[in-house]
Write a protein of this length. Structure first.
Length: 190
């Protein structure tokens, strides 16, 4: 077994993704992942709490990107425009070179109901964090929640468009388009 090589975490992630796609998530063990890159299962657990974390690690970085985007919005910015600032900041988390990885990750999640549930919980947690940050900026509770949930919905729709086969536009361009659709739909409802 290889004792130490740089990029261990990344190699484990790459091997896990390959195994999840070829064998399926349920039929892949942490030991299988470690063995695929010449490491021990113990080494796997030094990097990931469990095999799901290969797919969900980095969640806190995405949430922080949203919160950083909220923080830079001017204090008098409307709640929805503040969320738009958060969406723009988070778009940097999805450069073009990450698209293939994101497509593969989403394919794995879509094939497993427990992973779908975990993804939904992740998005719910993101909405809660955004709503709390909006509330801390003085946005009333219901308005903060509505703006946060709308922002997470825009993010989710934009993400699905971004990973669609043949899509080449930037995440930011797609996100702006989806936000525009939401704003237009709300204006039509009046």
């Amino acid at each position: 077994m290889v004792r130490w090589e740089p990029g261990t975490r990344e190699r484990l992630q790459a091997a896990a993704m390959d195994l999840y796609i070829t064998r399926g998530f349920e039929r892949t063990t942490a030991a299988d992942i470690a063995q695929a890159v010449g490491l021990t299962e113990r080494t796997f657990f030094r990097h990931f709490a469990d095999k799901r974390e290969v797919l969900f690690s980095g969640q806190e970085l995405l949430e922080q990107a949203f919160l950083d985007g909220l923080a830079v919005a001017a204090p008098d910015t409307s709640p929805l425009r503040t969320v738009e600032s958060a969406l723009s900041a988070a778009a940097a988390f999805f450069p073009a070179e990450r698209r293939d990885h994101s497509r593969r990750r989403q394919m794995i999640i879509a094939a497993n109901p427990a992973l779908q549930e975990r993804e939904l919980l992740k998005l719910a947690g993101l909405a809660t964090a955004i709503a709390a940050a909006l509330h801390a900026r003085g946005v009333p509770g219901a308005t903060a929640t509505l703006a946060a949930e709308s922002g997470v919905t825009v993010f989710g729709v934009a993400f699905q468009k971004w990973i669609a086969p043949g899509e080449e536009r930037s995440f930011l361009d797609i996100e702006r388009e989806v936000m525009g659709e939401l704003v237009a739909m709300a204006a039509d409802a009046r």
